[in-house]
Ligand binder design. Structure first.
Ligand SMILES: [Mg+2]
Length: 273
């Protein structure tokens, strides 16, 4: 019965676009204030707080421009199609997909079904996407600034745990977070990025372990947010007391099922209820 109710809730939230329960979070913030506890939050960046589709589209374009000769030698039709189809509308197309992280579907919609070509282009695009180059094009999810502002106003701390690479993306990431008003100051905001060669899920585990061990007695984990089921499951194991936000719409590892937890909030953005 519990499962049926739960499935119903998931279904209605996903399909009728229930607004984000910001007032619940405000009430929790008030409670923490009365208890003299400082709120802490952990958020992933890409496709949790930040739209990275434009960066990805620009990275595809640059990868094609840089490798046009070799690509078109092997795949003339696909290269030509990709070059003409990846235009301004490609960002909107990517964001409209049921899974924004599915390159097969994205290229299918552009009329490209050759998976060998898609894989080759992906490999050329990734180093550009995972660099500082187009991070300034990233935008915030609707309501993200207002949500983080509530935590900052309560003198809380926001820790961004992202699998972006520290060596190639740290400066662009911090500048973009400042520009988008998501980063407050070095006392209230902390950016935790991945080491070279580290697997994403191993990095997240290391980050959550470190954050948990560093937490002071007057601090309380209020919110955790992710878009990857694998990371979300880990987060809720580490911090079961927190509101667990799962942002729908972009999943890299579709093999790991999303674990259902009582404090779970499924959402597409952070627009107030
Ligand atoms: Mg993400």
């Amino acid at each position: 019965m519990k499962n049926i109710i739960y499935l119903f809730l998931v279904f209605t939230q996903l399909n009728t676009g229930f607004a984000f329960p910001l007032s619940q979070i405000e009430r929790s913030l008030d409670r923490l204030k009365q208890q003299h506890l400082r709120p802490v939050a952990i958020f992933d960046l890409d496709e949790t707080l930040i739209h990275s589709a434009k960066r990805k589209v620009l990275s595809y374009k640059k990868a094609i421009a840089l490798n046009r000769a070799t690509l078109s030698q092997q795949w003339p039709r696909e290269t030509n199609l990709a070059e003409t189809q990846i235009n301004q509308n490609a960002e909107a197309l990517m964001r409209s997909l049921p899974n924004q992280y599915d390159p097969t579907l994205f290229f299918q919609r552009l009329g490209i079904c050759n998976q060998v070509f898609v894989k080759a282009l992906e490999a050329l695009m990734l180093p550009i996407y995972l660099s500082n180059e187009f991070i300034s094009e990233d935008t915030a999810y609707r309501g993200a600034v207002q949500l983080l502002d509530l935590i900052y106003q309560a003198k809380g701390e926001v820790i961004f745990v992202s699998s972006r690479f520290q060596s190639t993306q740290e400066s662009g990431t911090i500048k973009n977070l400042v520009d988008l008003y998501l980063y407050q100051n070095s006392k209230q905001s902390f950016v935790f990025l991945r080491n070279d060669g580290e697997r994403s899920v191993d990095f997240k585990q290391r980050a959550y372990t470190e954050i948990k061990s560093r937490m002071e007695r007057d601090e309380s984990m209020l919110i955790v947010g992710e878009n990857e089921p694998e990371n979300f499951n880990l987060l809720t194991e580490f911090f079961p007391e927190a509101f667990a936000i799962f942002v729908t719409g972009a999943i890299m590892n579709t093999e790991v099922p999303l674990k259902r937890v009582p404090s779970m909030i499924l959402t597409k953005d952070f627009i107030r209820d």
